[in-house]
Design a binder for this molecule. Structure first.
Ligand code: XBP
Ligand code: MG
Length: 247
């Protein structure tokens, strides 16, 4: 049976957005006269901490001058970063292959759509608005974002919140993620999870994924099957999801 709801993570899953986040963090540090620049290697490590405010706090704790230079300013710095990020996302963060196609198919078939993300709501609005135009959020029955729950991924809180709002059991839904933290959060809520690793999560541990794929695939650009379900398919559709869930 096809899933009653598709629940999408945002950063790295809907679109490759972490380079825009990294740019927004670095531009904020520079504008505030803070001597920090997160390069790709550092940012890949920092992404182990979900949530921008939590990520800044984690960084400051290991930064000798961190506390004195930015103590008590984390929320302010993060608000400035979010302002920069939303401007960047509104201009350019194309959806990953197959994302728009599957969302449109779900919409036509009456399968419900939801978002479960650690990122801040304005970031979701900017990304989806650029991708789907107008009131893009209206495509989604539930949008669970950022601080709406006390504990961020890998805690299952955001997925439990979305399932509660959908009033659906986990076994009637499928989650889509790009990271180990996200997979742990979705599995912690009992959700079968499709993982499409992103530039910052390739090669991470995705044990427990229903299917590990390069992306969701397009008719003229099939996905690369990496592990789990989907070896004999080419694109992710409601029908393939129904078969994989029933297997
Ligand atoms: C990824 C995250 C977010 C972003 C930065 O979220 O962990 O923290 O890196 O966004 P997702 P904020 O769950 O969508 O993969 O600065 O707004 O947290
Ligand atoms: Mg993600």
């Amino acid at each position: 049976m096809i899933p009653k709801a598709l629940i999408f993570d945002v950063d790295g899953t809907l679109a490759e957005t972490e380079e825009l986040h990294r740019q927004a963090f670095n531009e904020t540090f520079a504008a505030e006269g803070l001597p920090w620049h997160w390069d790709k290697a550092a940012y890949r490590r920092l992404l182990d901490v979900a949530g921008g405010k939590e990520r800044i706090a984690h960084f400051l704790a290991s930064e000798p001058e961190g506390a004195y230079r930015a103590a008590g300013r984390i929320a302010e710095l993060h608000a400035a970063k979010t302002q920069r990020y939303t401007a960047l996302a509104a201009v350019g963060a194309p959806l990953r292959p197959g994302v728009a196609r599957l969302i449109r198919e779900a919409q036509r078939a009456g399968a419900r759509l939801a978002i479960a993300t650690t990122t801040s709501l304005p970031n979701v609005e900017a990304l989806l608005g650029a991708a789907f135009g107008g009131d893009a959020l209206a495509l989604f029955d539930v949008v669970g974002a950022g601080d709406v729950v006390p504990a961020k991924k890998p805690a299952p809180d955001i997925y439990n919140y979305v399932l509660e709002q959908l009033a659906l059991p986990a076994d009637a839904c499928v989650a889509f993620e790009d990271s180990t933290n996200g997979l742990k959060a979705a599995r912690g809520a009992g959700l079968a999870t499709i993982v499409t690793p992103g530039i910052y999560t390739e090669g991470d541990d995705f044990n427990g994924a229903l299917a590990l794929l390069s992306d969701l695939g397009e008719p003229d650009a099939p996905y690369r099957h990496l592990a789990g379900a989907g070896a004999g398919d080419a694109i992710v559709t409601l029908a393939t999801l129904g078969r994989w869930l029933a297997a």
